[in-house]
Ligand binder design. Structure first.
Ligand SMILES: Cc1cc2nc3c(=O)[nH]c(=O)nc-3n(C[C@H](O)[C@H](O)[C@H](O)COP(=O)(O)OP(=O)(O)OC[C@H]3O[C@@H](n4cnc5c(N)ncnc54)[C@H](O)[C@@H]3O)c2cc1C
Length: 397
């Protein structure tokens, strides 16, 4: 592994300046306020502005709606977007799903959607989790039945984040209830404006907005099917593996897939450090001069470094677990004002610690729980056999 810093060429430095100037203009306080208010993980104006420059898919060729950037410039852009806290959830799900659409979609569908995805007008969300099967996606009950040239879909999905800001959901459906569970699934790109689709908001403790989506006799043309009938598991694998941290590797990517979590933790630690520099103890000494405080804060910084340096699926778990434990420690270090939310009197750095404390809790769940990731690490990284539980022959159909 090469840890050497990347020397930017004059052209790359100019590109970095261009990105910064552009983001100065579009990522306003209003954008952050909108995100705090809605928890959408999406801002349409910013999304479309990025699309207009080809920066949603920056390495795509210009003729496909990208910007034709090389890997280094694409990385510069990604880092600047992260530094500005540009809401990224919906661009992330869209970018994760597109390779599956391109690979498995009918050529006319791909040709129709590609330019719209590039400009940002078409976006995808993930319709994996049924109410009763989140970790076990393959157990999905949401039913699709063939009716001539259409599919009729009935069922519901929980936690379809971004559905209210997307045009399609990448929906895993059960098309053969008699087949073994992985072999009776079909992937369909369902237009979310179809009659029979109902989206209900769910607001989490972490401040995010996600959705329950209900499908009642939703008719979808067969042209929106991705891959073979009953071959949905193969279609799902690509985006799922990407989410689970497989298949990275141009040498410029983050090592850990949990960096998004760690960034929030680091912001909270920075907020605590600034608070310590301006806050005195009853005896008049600055908190920042207290060696015990510094020792405990320093240990948290080391945890964030360790999380960022832990690769792939291990990094996701390290980031989440050290965030949850560490943010509790940080709240203890700062005291009750750490939990004053943004806008409250006395909130530390605009409520950064309070936000991080709430946000941390969900990180052990979404994109696969930390327990499920332990199974992934055991099987895919360590090569251990599949977990066998007493009675699983009865439980697993
Ligand atoms: C804020 C938020 C956003 C989300 N966004 C999306 C989205 O956009 N699209 C989408 O489809 N889903 C989304 N999810 C769903 C998320 O992926 C699931 O919540 C997650 O996979 C867990 O599923 P579950 O909630 O059904 O829990 P369950 O699967 O019922 O798990 C319950 C408990 O059992 C444990 N467990 C389950 N199976 C195993 C196993 N094999 N080994 C060990 N332990 C196990 C789990 O770790 C957990 O502690 C989101 C969830 C949240 C909270």
């Amino acid at each position: 592994m090469d840890f050497a810093p990347v020397e930017l060429t004059p052209e790359q430095q100019a590109f970095q300046r261009e990105v910064r100037a552009f983001l100065d203009e579009i990522v306003t306080e209003e954008v952050h306020e909108h995100e705090r208010r809605t928890g959408d993980g999406f801002d349409e104006r910013v999304h479309l502005a990025l699309g207009s420059r080809g920066w949603l898919f920056p390495t795509w060729p210009v003729e496909h709606g990208g910007a034709g950037l090389d890997d280094v410039c694409a990385r510069i852009l990604a880092l600047e977007l992260a530094r500005r806290r540009v809401p990224y959830v919906t661009s992330g799900t869209t970018g994760g799903v597109w390779p599956a659409v391109e690979r498995y979609g009918a050529p006319d569908l791909v040709a129709e959607l590609r330019p719209q995805v590039a400009t940002g007008r078409v976006r995808f969300c993930l319709g994996y989790s049924d109410p009763e099967s989140g970790s076990d996606i393959a157990a999905s009950h949401t039913r699709a039945v063939r009716d001539g040239d259409e599919w009729v879909i009935n069922g519901s999905k929980m936690w379809t984040t971004g559905a209210h800001n997307c045009q399609y959901t990448f929906l895993i459906t059960r098309t053969d209830p008699e087949a073994p569970k992985h072999k009776g699934l079909t992937m369909i790109l369902v237009p979310l404006d179809s009659p029979g689709v109902e989206i209900q908001a769910i607001h989490t403790y972490g401040g995010e907005r996600t959705n329950a989506v209900y499908y009642s006799d939703v008719h979808v043309a067969d042209r929106y099917r991705l891959g073979e009938v009953n071959g949905g598991w193969a279609v799902l694998r690509g985006p799922l593996d990407e989410e689970h941290g497989d298949g990275r590797g141009n040498g410029l990517d983050d090592l850990s897939i949990g960096v998004g979590y760690t960034r929030e933790f680091q912001r909270a630690i920075d907020a605590a450090a600034r608070w310590a520099k301006r806050t005195s103890r009853p005896d008049g000494t600055l908190v920042a001069d207290d060696p015990v405080f510094l020792d405990r804060l320093g240990r948290l910084v080391v945890e964030t470094e360790a999380a960022d340096a832990t690769p792939g699926p291990m990094g996701r778990n390290k980031a989440s677990l050290s965030f949850i434990a560490g943010i509790a420690e940080l709240v203890d270090l700062v005291g009750p004002e750490a939990l004053i939310a943004h806008g409250g009197e006395g909130a530390v750095d605009g409520g950064a610690i309070d936000y991080a404390h709430r946000f941390a809790q969900g990180t052990a769940t979404y994109g696969g729980t930390t327990d499920v990731f332990k199974n992934i690490i055991a099987q895919h990284v360590l090569g251990l056999p599949r977990l066998r539980l007493p009675g699983d022959k009865q439980l697993v159909r």
